[in-house]
Ligand binder design. Structure first.
Ligand code: N01
Length: 503
């Protein structure tokens, strides 16, 4: 039985995993492998195939800075176009030979003596690596609602991120649970097709018009021929979105866009009762602000009903709401988001001194710069704790973190390092500073529950600042923030030693 050993193992082929692999390859560090549980690249853009799936961040900024795409057909691209873009990146940068598809990691275990990680992979030989990059994404594990009776429903029941394309929507009675970013794209896409659509709303979302438009051929030629045009488009979009952070950090300012959003509801929704039902009571920005030109229009349709009474239970035939009414349904679509804060590690990850990541994070995930975690040497996360954004392109954060991780890996290679681990006092200081920075932000005072926060109210997902701040913090690798252990013997002989032990 041969044992597989690599310098770096990356988990996932979404934006994060591909960016990491591209940067490693460009830096001449080709001793890496990418483990992908599915059979294609694309991460969330491969998995979310629901009708209407599109990005609510403009494509010229929701793409890699080093791989601009002059051919985006519209300002906000549909899912298929983004998936094609990611597939193109994998091809262009020659990543496919590095990817092992169908490789579901079940467990990761660190060995302090050798400084190596062993990854157990379902149905395959384990893989040993020095550095382990978790790029599996925060929005990859669907969250199904814990509603009594959910298992008894006799019709079709599926999650927005696992769309059942064989279910015939035509003239059927469909219930959609949730009114988040996915739902507001699904509802207008399927409403004209289904017989009856019941939308089960627990909390209304703040929704703004989407400044959507198709790019003209002239613009596409301009983007293709002139790098300056692409550069400017990206910069302008970045700053348009970045300025929105000001309101999130100073929530009193959100009263201005709230007025616009209420005016939008008044313009779009015909029934006064429905307007009241759709008007949020929390401060805008506390949950993700959504963009749609079609959602409210769809709610005016005769075959669409917004049910705000709250779900009591699910029966064999449909959904019973708290007012005692049974909504008879052929299908229930759970647009109920993802497991983000509840089960923060995607599989058991055992670090040094018997630590297990989910246990360590049971009170809420913590890390350093969203990339390193105390107790987990040689492990890096992309879009780890507190590095998500509520206002701008996550690809910007991904590139910043990938840059940092690359520099960390280069440091370990140049200095013949066995292990690096962020110092506990550095991580503590960083997290104390983050929690101070959350005080008075919209996420703390906006009076809402959201997937950004744990049940106890700790915000573990959002970076409470401007995205360029994280970029500045990650420009250089902070060796001083880490416990560094150097190799006594050469790295190669360590690997061979380990191979002999496992093989
Ligand atoms: O999920 P969500 P999503 N009973 O968690 C409701 C990204 N994304 O898939 O608000 C009844 O936002 C829940 O209600 P409440 C983006 O980052 C991006 O829509 O908790 N309802 C809420 O309405 C986004 O933030 C794009 O009261 C229940 C909804 O389900 C993230 O993905 C597109 C319930 C869940 O909303 C997740 O979005 C799509 C229950 N038991 C998604 N449980 C882009 O365009 C939950 N809900 C980039």
């Amino acid at each position: 039985m041969g044992t597989d050993i690599k310098g770096v193992a990356i988990i996932g082929t979404g934006f994060s995993g591909l960016a990491m692999a591209i940067r490693l390859k460009k830096a001449g560090l080709e001793d890496f492998v990418i483990l992908e549980q599915s059979n294609d690249v694309g991460g969330t853009w491969r998995d979310n195939t629901y009708p209407g799936a599109a990005c609510d961040v403009p494509s010229h900024v929701y793409s890699f800075s080093f791989e601009p795409n002059p051919h985006w057909t519209s300002k906000f691209s549909p899912q298929k176009e983004i998936l094609r873009y990611l597939q193109h990146c994998a091809e262009k940068y020659g990543l496919r030979p590095f990817i092992r598809f169908g490789s579901r990691v079940q467990e990761a275990r660190y060995d302090s003596e050798s400084g190596l990680w062993t990854l157990s992979i379902e149905g395959r030989e384990p893989l040993i690596c020095r550095q382990f990059v978790l790029a599996s994404g925060g929005l990859s594990r669907p969250s199904y609602p814990k509603i009594p009776g959910i298992d008894t429903f006799k019709g079709a029941l599926f999650h927005s991120a696992r769309w059942n394309h064989s279910f015939p929507l035509d003239k059927s009675r469909v219930g959609v649970i949730g009114t988040g970013a996915s739902s507001i794209q699904i509802v207008p896409a399927i409403a004209p097709q289904v017989g009856k659509l019941s939308l089960f709303q627990r909390t209304p979302a703040w929704i703004m018009p989407k400044p959507e438009r198709r790019y003209t051929n002239f613009e596409k030629i301009l983007f293709e021929r002139f790098a300056l045009a692409r550069y400017l488009a990206r910069k302008i979009l970045y700053w348009q979105f970045e300025l929105k952070a000001i309101g999130l950090l100073k929530p009193i300012l959100m009263r201005i866009p709230e007025k616009d959003a209420k005016a939008f509801i008044d313009r779009e929704i015909e029934s006064p009762e429905l307007r009241a039902k759709l008007t949020p009571s929390y401060t805008m920005g506390c949950k993700r602000v959504l963009l749609s030109n079609e959602f409210y229009k769809a709610l005016n349709r005769e075959n669409v009903e917004v049910v705000g009474e709250g779900i009591e239970r699910i029966t064999e035939r449909g959904i019973v709401t708290r007012d005692g009414r049974e909504h008879i349904l052929d299908a229930i679509i759970c647009a109920t988001g993802f497991q983000v804060t509840e089960h923060s590690a995607p599989f058991p990850i055992h670090g040094s001194e018997g630590r297990e990541l989910s246990k360590q994070w049971s009170e809420g995930a913590e890390g350093y710069l969203g990339v390193s975690i105390t107790g987990f040497p040689n492990l890096f996360t992309i879009v780890g704790p507190n590095s998500g954004l509520g206002h701008n392109s996550i690809v910007f954060m991904i590139e910043a973190q990938v840059n940092y991780i690359l520099k960390a890996i280069q440091f370990t290679k140049q200095k013949n390092v066995k292990s690096i681990e962020v110092k506990p006092e550095v991580q503590d200081r960083y997290n104390k500073d983050l929690s101070k920075r959350f005080t008075n932000t919209v996420w703390s005072v906006g009076k809402c529950d959201s997937w950004y926060k744990t049940a106890s109210g700790k915000n573990t997902t959002i970076f409470p600042g401007f995205s360029f701040e994280l970029r500045m913090k990650t420009r250089r690798f902070h060796a001083f923030a880490y416990k560094v252990e150097f190799e006594g013997v050469s790295a190669k002989s360590r690997l061979q030693e380990k191979m002999l032990r496992v093989g």
